[in-house]
Design a protein around this ligand. Sequence first.
Ligand code: ATP
Ligand code: MG
Length: 555
Amino acid sequence: MSSQNKEVKTTNFIRNIIDDDLSSGKHTFIKTRFPPEPNGYLHIGHAKSICLNFGTASNYDGYCNLRFDDTNPSKEDIEYVNAIKKDVEWLGFNWEGQVKFSSSYFDKFYKYAEELISKGLAYVCFLSADETRLFRGTLKEPGKNSPYRETNIEENLTLFRKMKAGGFKEGLCVLRAKIDMSSSFMCMRDPTLYRIRFETHHQTNDDWCIYPMYDFGHCIGDAIEGVTHSLCTLEFQDNRRIYDWILENLDDFNNSNRPNQYEFSRLNLEYATTSKRKLKLLVDNNHVSSWNDPRMPTISGLRRRGYTASSIRDFCEKIGVSKVNSLTDISILESSIRDDLNNIAPRSMAVINPIKLIIENYPEGKIESLQAPIHPQNEAMGTREIFFSREIYIDKEDFLEMPPNNKYKRLAINKEVRLRNSYVVKASHFDSDNDGNIKIVYCTYDPNTLGKNPTDGRKVKGVIHYVESSQAINAEFRIYDRLFLESNPAKSDDLSSSINPNSLEIKNGFIEPNLLNAMAEKAYQFEREGYFCRDSESIGLVFNKIVGLRDTWNQ
Ligand code: ATP
Ligand code: MG
């Protein structure tokens, strides 16, 4: 078990329950599980569940299992199994023992289903899907008993065995629990336990043609593994009745230390969707390039974008755990990564919209090597070599012919600025093309201002960044905007209408030569521009913008 989160002990209602269970002696140890269905890649919502399950177990010196809830072969794939394992490990958590699969309990589930049938608590039902819906009733009206509800036990066992043996067509019948068709909880009106699917499963191949429903398999999987606290999201609140009903009716599990289910609120993040189904649609419909597209709120997308595992854990800690559903402000996620990178990211200079600056009084052919701090607040990180010569690149945005007002701190004609880590320069004139676009700015520099202020008391307020032209390296910058135009795209089922058509902007500019071998996923602060990291999926020098230096959304 990872110890990264050990020191964090913010209390929440789940920890209160655990504390009570430990002090009453109901449990002597804590075991949780994270149970993803391998039907897509994990997203930031899963990170909340992972941090809660693994973090809570770790806080109590307990264990957390990683269990794939793989009971629906039609949507699942081994690609997702592998991606999920990788994401959980990257987030910094270790599961107890081997990875678990619900499918490895299929034999046991089957045995427990026969136990329920033998007790007269389950029956094979041949109502069609439409009939079943009609018989179920509504929130206001009780349901009606299925005509198959009174089939005798022997007959039900025979029918269920025939289902298992492939003797019925897909969809012809299901196994249902015999609970209460007039229950005020719709999910208790004889829920389906098993259905027929002639599909090849990624773990069990063609061994089975009947597959358990979540409500049947999940509680039994928890009980088999000795899970003490089964934490899930609020939409399963009503289903807790089935969870308890099934375990209480199985001889192996009807005891006081059987698992209990507790629900917490899902994470909903602004400008994102936390539904694997909808994320898959974004990939399938080419709105993004892949599951790990840096705009995706998937763990692999955030990672590729440059988010660190510790910033995601910090975010999950900040948002806390409660029973109130809400929409989480995306700036909380962004401030977590900013806080992390501000301390650790090496500084560098990159020019994203380059124009040339020619320093007319600087000797031709001369190149100076200068030392710049890697982190101005952390001398121990050392220095890096940068260059200076007669021709450098600055950003288009940093020059205006006429300063718009007195507060303007960048370069303008007859105005001085400091070039970061080097000299003070003053612009004199510029060249532009036929369309009026500025191409080259000419200036002079003050040779006595390297690392010091002008001696005659001139005040130079502005600082701009640059890259020396002969040593500059071409790089591509990918600047991301929100993927959705609406803060709560989950409201509509058709996500495509709220997709931001300008969520990716590609720029070609220059970086310092020392970034030629920049590692993927290692973040840099490009001074004045934001935090960036090299893209892990591109061969050339491509940098993803992780986040700006400050929160600009709310301005
Ligand atoms: P999706 O709709 O994305 O498929 P899911 O709940 O069906 O979500 P699972 O793979 O079944 O996805 O989820 C694994 C675990 O992660 C579950 O315990 C689930 O409750 C939890 N989880 C999923 N989404 C969120 C979320 N947005 N916030 C918190 N926990 C979540
Ligand atoms: Mg699910």
